[in-house]
Design a protein. Structure first.
Length: 229
C-alpha cells in the first residue's frame, strides 16, 4: 500500500538523549529523525553501546528524550506524564525481549493472560491466552512453567503474550539473540506471520542478518547517530 494511505505510528524529529555524569554530559543519542507507518518492519542495527536499547525505550515511551519531538500512535510523548504514557501503551503496544521476561511463578497461559488483564482486557483473558498460545504452536504447553520450556518455547510464549492484545506496534530487543539459528528462524517467521495478520508495526533491535532481511526499513545506529543501512 502507498505510504500516503498508511498512518504514521512513530514520528521522531531531532531526537536527542544525554545524561549528566561525574565527568560531565554524556551524549547517548544525537539528532535522530525517522518515521514508521502501519505494518512497517524496522530493523535498528549497530554495535553494543551505540544506544539502540535507549532509542527503543524512548520510542516506546518508557523514557523521554532530552530534546526533540516524538509521537507514538498520534500522541505527543514528550508532553505526556509517565502515567499517560503507560495508559497509551496499555493494550496498544507489545514488547518482546531477548531474555523473555516471563514470570517464573506463572505457567504459560497465566503469563499471557496477565498481559491481557494489565492491558485492561480481563474478560475471557484465559480463553484468549489459550488461543494465542495455540497460534504459536504451544497448545500442549499451556500449564508448563518457564523452567519447563526450552528457550525457543519461552520466546514463543513471549510472542504470544505480546500479540494477545493485537497491538498496533511491537518493540523487540534482540528477539532471536538467545536462540540457535533454526529456532531463531522459526521465531522470525512467527513474528512476521502475526505482523501480517494484525498489521502490527515492528520495531526491532537486532544483530541477526536473517531477521534484518525481513524488514522493509533498516537503520544503523553508531555513536548516537542514525542513518539508513
Amino acid at each position: 500500500m502507498n505510504d500516503n494511505f498508511r498512518r504514521k505510528v512513530i514520528q521522531a524529529t531531532g531526537l536527542c538523549k544525554h545524561i549528566e555524569g561525574p565527568e560531565g554530559r554524556l551524549d547517548i543519542l544525537d539528532d535522530i529523525s525517522f518515521e514508521a507507518r502501519v505494518s512497517d518492519a524496522v530493523a535498528i542495527l549497530g554495535p553494543s553501546g551505540a544506544g539502540k536499547s535507549t532509542l527503543l525505550g524512548l520510542l516506546a515511551g518508557l523514557d523521554i528524550p532530552s530534546s526533540g519531538e516524538l509521537s507514538l500512535l498520534g500522541e505527543d510523548l514528550v508532553t505526556m506524564s509517565e502515567d499517560e504514557r503507560a495508559g497509551l501503551r496499555a493494550g496498544r503496544v507489545g514488547f518482546v525481549f531477548q531474555s523473555f521476561q516471563l514470570l517464573a511463578g506463572l505457567n504459560a497461559m497465566e503469563n499471557v493472560a496477565i498481559a491481557l488483564e494489565l492491558g485492561g482486557e480481563p474478560k475471557d483473558s484465559r480463553v484468549r491466552a489459550k488461543d494465542s498460545l495455540e497460534r504459536v504452536g504451544l497448545g500442549r504447553r499451556l500449564k508448563h512453567f518457564p523452567h519447563q520450556l526450552s528457550g525457543g518455547e519461552q520466546q514463543r510464549v513471549a510472542i504470544a503474550r505480546a500479540f494477545a492484545t493485537q497491538p498496533e506496534v511491537l518493540f523487540a530487543d534482540e528477539p532471536t539473540g538467545n536462540l540457535d539459528q533454526h529456532t531463531g528462524n522459526s521465531v522470525i517467521e512467527l513474528l512476521f506471520a502475526m505482523r501480517d495478520e494484525y498489521d502490527t508495526t515492528l520495531i526491532l533491535v537486532t544483530h541477526d542478518d536473517a531477521l534484518t532481511g525481513y524488514c522493509n526499513l533498516r537503520y544503523r545506529l553508531e555513536s548516537g547517530r542514525m542513518q539508513s543501512a
